[in-house]
Every structure is written in C-alpha cells, then in structure tokens.
Design a protein around this ligand. Sequence first.
Ligand SMILES: [Fe+2]
Length: 364
Amino acid sequence: MFMYEMPTRLYFGKDCIAQSGQELCRLGKKALLVTGRHSAKINGSQKAMTEHLETLGIAWVLFDEVENNPSIETVRKAAALGKAEGVDFVIGIGGGSPMDAAKVIALLCTNELDDAALFTGPYVRPLPIVTVPTTSGTGSEVTKVGVLTNPHIGTKQSVNTPLIFPAVSFADPAFTESVNPVVTVDTAIDALSHAIEGYMSKKATPMSDVWAEEAMRFLGVHLTELDGASLSYAVREDLMYGAVLAGMVIAQTGTTLVHGMGYQLTYYKGLTHGRANGILLPHYMSLMEETMADKVEKVWEILGLSGLADFTACIKNLMPDTVCLTDAELAEYTALTMPMGAVTSTAYDVTEAVVKEMYQSLEH
Ligand SMILES: [Fe+2]
C-alpha cells in the first residue's frame, strides 16, 4: 500500500505569475508577502508578484525580514503583522527560508501555539499558502514542511503537516538567473540530495521513484557545468524543474540521514543547508551500496557516473569543504541526530557509530 499526495497547483515556466489569470482571486482580497531582505527585490520576483496582485485588485502588505534558517521569533513577528492587517493568504517568495517561514506564518495566523506545540500541533487549517521559489533547490514550494531553527533544542526542527502544502506555487526559472555560482551549486546539490534520499528512503513509493529518477536526470546532466560558469536560461530551467520534482519526492518520502545530520552542521558550523548535505552524500552512498545496491547502480547510471569514486570526485570538485569535529561535538551532534525521523527512514541500521563515522568522513 502507498499513498500519494500532491495537492499544490503548480505553474511552471517563464512569466508564469502574470499568465496565471484569476488564480489568486480565489484565495482572498489581501495577501501577506513574506521575503528575505534583498534577493526578492533584486531578482524580479517581488515586482512580478506585486504587479500581478495589483492587476487583480488584491491588496498586499510586505514582511521582508526573514533571515536564513528562520527563527521562531521571526515567524511570530510576521504572523502578528498578518493578523493585525487581516490578510487572507500568505505568499512566500525566495529560497527555502522565506517559503518555509511563510508556511509557518500561515499556520500561526489561525492557531495559538506555544513554542513546543508549534512543532507538534494539533493544528487547525492555516491561511492558504502561495510559494514562489527563487532558487532551484529547496523543494519547499511543493512540500508540507517548514523548517525553523529551534534554540530550545539546539538545532533545526520541522513543522510537518499536510495542512501547509501550498495551495499554489509559481516556479519561474527566470528568477534564478541572478543567483550566484556558489548558491547555485549549494541549492542544486540540495535538490539532488532530495532526489537521492527520497529514492533510497524506506518510505519511497513507485510513484515517488518516478519523480526521483526524473529529478536526477534533469539535475545530473548539469552536475559538471555548475562550477562557476554562467548558466543559460535553458540550464536554469532544467535545474528548477529537477528541484521541483525532487520536492515532490520528499513531499512523499521525507528526507533521510543526510538531512538529519546536515542540520547540525548548519546550526553549529554555519554551513549552508545544501553544502552540509552535499558533503555528507558520498559516505551516505557508500552505506547505501551495502543495502540498496540495485538502486545505487541506477543512480550512477542516471547521473552518468561510473560509480562511487566518480560521484565523490564530482562532489569534492563542487564542494571541497572539510569539517573536523572534536570528540565532544561528535557526541553532541550524534545525540541530536539519532532521535530524528530522518534516521528512521534511512534504509540502513543507523547506530551511533555509523553517524559518528559519517561525520568523521568529513575530515578529508
Ligand atoms: Fe534540503
């Protein structure tokens, strides 16, 4: 038995916001726009959305204070604005952080939740959510997860409920044209990680595998050209398509050990989300070779790689970072990782020793 759920209405392609007709009118008369401080203003996404809203006669207010890896404090502040302004729906524009924040803000507009209940529920229906990705990576535009930093537990934590599936998503690859080469690499590898982890997850289904293979196909052909080159629109389009498909995968399967362990590297070591995942991927694949050899072979075939050594070299070329952890850090990060659902979904007997060894693989 498996269940497939993908309730988000997706518009994909250049100028898709302007071409979406009356779509947003069904969501209400006033929107809260949620963005980071700068990029939505630079890449044209905020302007495209506000012009469209004005054409439709939909009022809007802006909250543009979402930081990377958003905090509980930030989403509470934005939700207070949304409630005071009486908004009908929430539009998250940006990378994973503004979109994740928008989902939780929409939830907080209709739910009274303390910091613990925020992550557990129960929840009543949030305001409708609209997402506009401006990087090709997170997949948040089509998932039911919002990740926040939670200082109470000392790492990142997910709000995870089907109620926060976006109602509508507008994926316009043109918004990624101003993304710098480093962020392009980090986000593309995050997307690749979603596709691979979803494909390897214990929760993989025949339908999620279809999207995972297709995502790997679209991302894989560009792996060798990500490094520093200015990318054509056609490549940007492939990367965004691959990232959206990979998002649809993790909307079914969730992530696995790579993401679970990566959160600690972001929270404590300041690595970007995509980089934290990317540098963990080669060791993860060595584990998967023991338990899912057939699928690993399929991954190499789709990515056009000869095997693990080839993959490791490819990742190392894009992400030469190393991380050396003290014994105390190793113990702490391992203890934070072990209870995560991402560990349970991993198709491997994940013990503390396995996690420590994987962290130690980052020393070289
Ligand atoms: Fe991710």
